[in-house]
Design a protein around this ligand. Structure first.
Ligand SMILES: [Zn+2]
Length: 167
């Protein structure tokens, strides 16, 4: 799927989760500690930013298996790799050092390049789902949530042993 489709899935799941939480005001406090993850072969914590592109791109590419192997993925990883190196270099310098300004400018340019990067050229794995993670196990609450209409009932098992909730 495209980046745009991927973002739509994430935003939609996030909206549904907000609605579900609002339907259980009596559990508000514990539910605030829960969070969403995107499950692929590895788990990525889903923390959405307010605006497009919604994700911290670097955090997605740290979980690079979610991106299909394409040339554009390679280019993005190279760019992010450069940014990482240069950020590290900048940290090691003091603002009064001559080299600081030069490295700072290089970082500024790379950030501008990243902004121009067309994320929609990336291919994201279709094999993903959004799940809720609870930092506690209270089956009473989890069972109530599992049966909410906005939860994916085909992928969520209702038995008392399963704490997996798929949106
Ligand atoms: Zn089960």
């Amino acid at each position: 799927m495209t980046w745009k489709e991927f973002c739509e899935i994430a935003v939609d799941a996030n909206n549904r989760w907000t609605k579900i939480k609002n339907d259980f005001p009596e559990n508000k406090e514990v539910l605030e500690k829960s969070y969403l993850v995107i499950c692929h072969h590895e788990r990525i914590q889903l923390s959405l930013n307010r605006e497009y592109p919604y994700f911290d791109i670097a955090s997605i590419t740290n979980n690079r298996a979610i991106l299909m192997d394409t040339e554009i993925k390679n280019n993005l990883l190279i760019l992010l790799g450069k940014m990482k190196d240069i950020q590290k270099e900048l940290k090691s310098l003091k603002p009064m050092e001559n080299k600081y300004k030069q490295v700072n400018t290089a970082l500024f340019n790379l950030r501008a390049e990243l902004k121009l990067f067309n994320l929609n050229q990336l291919e994201i794995s279709d094999d993903i789902q959004v799940e809720v993670r609870f930092p506690w196990v209270n089956m009473n609450i989890i069972q109530k949530i599992k049966s909410h209409a906005l939860v994916d009932s085909r992928k969520t098992c209702m038995c008392m042993a399963c704490i997996r909730v798929v949106l």
